[in-house]
Design a protein around this ligand. Structure first.
Ligand code: LCS
Length: 406
């Protein structure tokens, strides 16, 4: 019914995925050259998908286009709230009051603002590492210090070091936890007992918490997302961020939902935020929440299969790689510590040696050396070629290393 195998040409669409990798991954400009032409790369880096946005979303945009006027716009209509809250109720058994919902061009712009509104200049932001680097950038941007609590990595599985987190949260200058639920890059879906322990630490230290739940719709079919807000139904200092961007491949439309419980913080937001939204994005998001369920389920099944394929392929061709299927996200997190030294630049290695663009190593703040992150949200044929190249390059390096040592 949906064709996730289709290979779609993204050239000439101003796609970050195609045009932005020199700058984002390598901090370089157009003069940086590779032994591969740009169109020969297999791109498994930035977190958007190689799949078309579902037709129901495109139709929603078209209907809005037909209204022909695109003046200043905000989400006023109750129908948007209804569509989104129903999505949350149906999928997560969780809801929120309409007055809590504010819109942002993205989760990251919201983090940048919220850090400024919540943390005084001498206060610190806490998050778990490895981490999506923009959590750190949100602190840096506002000249706030940040504190990391390393996740524990055991038998290929990540867990939270609650003692360490509690200790760091106890610092009275640490006032905000940015919590990634589910977690990028590890792909962990935090379970109820883990969320309860996190909640206890948050309450004990009266922390503000931003629960970034942008990946919550894209879980393996066997997994279930629990919003932190459901575990902490009466906690005021909680902000939840969700968005259609990852779920429906709409990141470029720049719309996300921010639920702010605390009335005073919401007032600050409404006073200081640039409160306009793109009319086409609202139409897209609403159509997605109203009509996109079927497509998401099909997408999840396709992603499950890509993860299964990846696991099988790595086990056969790169047996010393450690890999567990991510519980959430379309991002695979692969431990290559048997093959690489901690200070090696893995993105550089794979881009030069084999024409694969990926993220890895120190791109995730800390506690991520020797890992690569692969975006599996692509047609199977693309994935198979990406994995083939990755495994071949690593095995060649490995063989050369041992020959060199002889
Ligand atoms: N929060 C998390 C945890 C993310 O992984 C991303 C995107 C965002 C927020 C971005 O939100 P936006 O501002 O687009 O609404 N993650 C990306 C990643 O890991 N690589 O490229 C984007």
């Amino acid at each position: 019914m949906y064709n996730f195998d289709e290979i779609i040409d993204r050239r000439h669409t101003n796609a970050m995925n195609i045009e932005g990798f020199r700058d984002y991954i390598f901090h370089a400009d157009e003069s940086m050259t590779f032994p591969y032409k740009d169109e020969e790369f297999i791109r498994m880096w930035v977190a958007d998908m190689e799949f078309a946005t579902p037709d129901v979303v495109i139709d929603g945009i078209k209907e809005r286009l037909d209204k022909r006027i695109f003046g200043y716009t905000r989400v006023f209509e109750n129908s948007y709230y209804e569509a989104f809250v129903n999505w949350c109720k149906t999928r997560y058994g969780w809801s929120f009051d309409k007055c809590e919902l504010v819109m942002s061009n993205g989760v990251i712009p919201a983090l940048y603002e919220l850090v400024a509104y919540i943390c005084k200049p001498d206060e610190k932001v806490l998050f778990l590492t490895p981490s999506y680097a923009y959590f750190k950038y949100a602190a840096d941007f506002n000249s706030r210090e940040y504190v990391c609590s390393d996740l524990i990595y055991e038998d290929g599985r990540y867990s939270i070091d609650f003692e360490d987190l509690d200790r760091k949260a106890a610092d009275e200058k640490t006032t905000l936890l940015i919590f990634c639920n589910p977690h990028n890059p590890s792909g962990r879906v935090w379970k109820e007992d883990e969320l309860k322990k996190i909640a206890a630490i948050i309450e004990k230290h009266n922390l503000w918490v931003i629960s970034d739940e942008i990946h919550c719709d894209l879980l393996r079919l066997s997994e279930q997302h629990i919003p932190l807000g459901k575990i902490m139904p009466d906690y005021r200092r909680l902000i939840t961020a969700m968005a259609p961007s990852k779920t429906f491949n709409l990141a470029g439309l720049m719309i996300s939902n921010i639920m702010i419980r605390d009335e005073d913080l919401r007032k600050i937001w409404l006073n200081r935020h640039y409160n306009f939204d793109n009319p086409l994005s609202i139409a897209a998001a609403q159509a997605a929440y109203e009509k996109g369920e079927d497509w998401v389920q099909a997408l999840r099944a396709y992603l499950d299969e890509n993860f299964r394929f990846t696991q099988e392929y790595l086990a056969e061709h790169l047996p010393k790689a450690k890999f567990r299927i991510s519980e959430a996200t379309y991002l695979a997190w692969v431990d290559l510590s048997e093959y690489f030294e901690p200070d090696e630049s893995l993105p550089m290695f794979f881009a030069y040696k084999t024409g694969v663009l990926l993220e890895g190593g120190n791109m995730f703040v800390q506690n991520s050396d020797c890992f690569i992150r692969l975006n599996l949200a692509c047609p199977k044929a693309t994935l198979a070629e990406g994995l083939r190249r990755i495994c071949e390059a690593v095995n060649t390096k490995h063989t050369e290393k041992y020959l060199g040592e002889d």
